[in-house]
Design a protein around this ligand. Sequence first.
Ligand code: SF4
Length: 336
Amino acid sequence: MSRARKRVRKETYEPVGAHSAVQLCNWTKKSLKGEGDCFKNKFYGIESHRCCQMTPSIFCNNRCIHCWRDITNAKDEIVKSPDSPDSIIEGAIKAQQKLLTGFKIDPNSEKIQLSKADQKKLEEAQQPNQFALSLTGEPTLYPKIGELIQKIREHGSTSFLVTNGLQPEVIQELIDNNQLPTRLYVSVNTSNKEAFDKFHRSLKENAWEKLNETLQLFKKITQNNKTVFRMNLVRDLNMEDKFIPEFASMIKNCQPDFIEIKGYMSVGFARERMGYDKMPTHQEMLTFIKKLEQALQSTVDVQQSTDYKLQDEHEASRAYVLCKDKNNLKIKKEDY
Ligand code: SF4
């Protein structure tokens, strides 16, 4: 078994084919047990218990300081001899079903049944209808990412693609081939090159420029409710007041449909890099968001005023979403 697949197993992922993996999201587990749903359920209406958290590329070309994942295997390479999109989707659904087996209750068994899962929900969960391409690695390093998204759409499911934005040519292709995901997330955690290099320690040449090139493509996307400017805030690292006008300027420049802001969580491998003292409180997040709203509505920097407003929040996950019209949040059939 390759070193990479051994590493994947170590991180409780289920490997799929040569370069993909699935992991049962904690919120999928909670939802099955009736302990609540994730913020994407609250904001956009996805069903957390039917969400398949996966990646078609276990490698990433960034080494972000806040990443929950093991970043020691980072490399800036397109996946070689890629598996087919069909085999990845099939394999991912099988892997999800395998990871769900522990939640089954056998009514005929005399043994004490430990699972608290709602069995009807568990039945539904066998067929995912949402694919979160955000597990680990960089999904746009999988050269057939457009076809994969197309297959998910044909499967009647939604797809959330979370990218580091360092492969603008891939996003251009998704636009040209009408293969955009339901939501296209671009991670933007810093507002200038110096901060970017410190935060992401990227293996990609001109990474900051590439990210900005990708953000500029937002304006080429004609479909509504697609683009998400995704920020992850770390206390004393990227949420100081001096960064707010820069973030506002980037947002005004690319006009995303949604701004999703998440507070840093010291979990997984991130704990080795930054402790609980770097996790912003709910109040600190709201203070930052208020200032960002004001910067976005101001015209002092000659850029036009915009009316992004905080529309919803999920305190438990320190997750917040801003957009211009609350009615655009929930996913509609035409958004698929
Ligand atoms: S959308 Fe994200 S948080 Fe919600 S269930 Fe899926 S992987 Fe988990």
